[in-house]
Ligand binder design. Structure first.
Ligand code: SF4
Ligand code: SF4
Length: 126
């Protein structure tokens, strides 16, 4: 590379706009169909575990007994398998991004509401 070409390129870099984005200092552009992160409406979850069984990244852990649902966002590859198989449609991918992975926790944990009381058995007719 000649001296002239090198000087020209160096000046262009000094004067020109930055070649990279300032994310996360400046928010990234969100597109309507961007797959940003996984969200759940825990109140609608029935803890069937289908999402966990279909997750190719083993990112979801569901406990029916404890009524909990959690996703490890460092494992999640935003493939939407869990969204497609959920029978209660309580999972969705939203076009927003989580904060930097330098800011734990990396696991999003949800504790569902207590189970509704079981219906009382009818008294036997005498
Ligand atoms: S598939 Fe849906 S209803 Fe079943 S555990 Fe997962 S989120 Fe809950
Ligand atoms: S989006 Fe894909 S990788 Fe992420 S939790 Fe759902 S099934 Fe697993």
């Amino acid at each position: 590379m000649g001296l002239f070409t090198m000087t020209k390129r160096a000046l262009a870099n000094v004067i020109g706009k930055p070649a990279t984005l300032m994310y996360p200092v400046k928010p990234a552009k969100q597109f309507e169909r961007s797959r940003g992160m996984l969200e759940i409406t825990i109140e609608d979850c029935i803890y069937c575990g289908l999402c966990s069984r279909h997750c190719p990244a083993d990112a979801i852990v569901v406990s029916k007994d404890d009524r909990t649902w959690q996703v490890d966002r460092l494992r999640c590859i935003i493939c939407a398998q869990c969204v497609d198989v959920c029978p209660k449609t309580c999972l969705r991918l939203v076009p927003e991004y989580k904060k930097s992975v330098a800011e734990p926790p990396f696991v999003d944990f949800f504790q569902g509401p207590p189970a509704p009381p079981k219906p009382e058995k009818k008294a036997k007719e005498e």
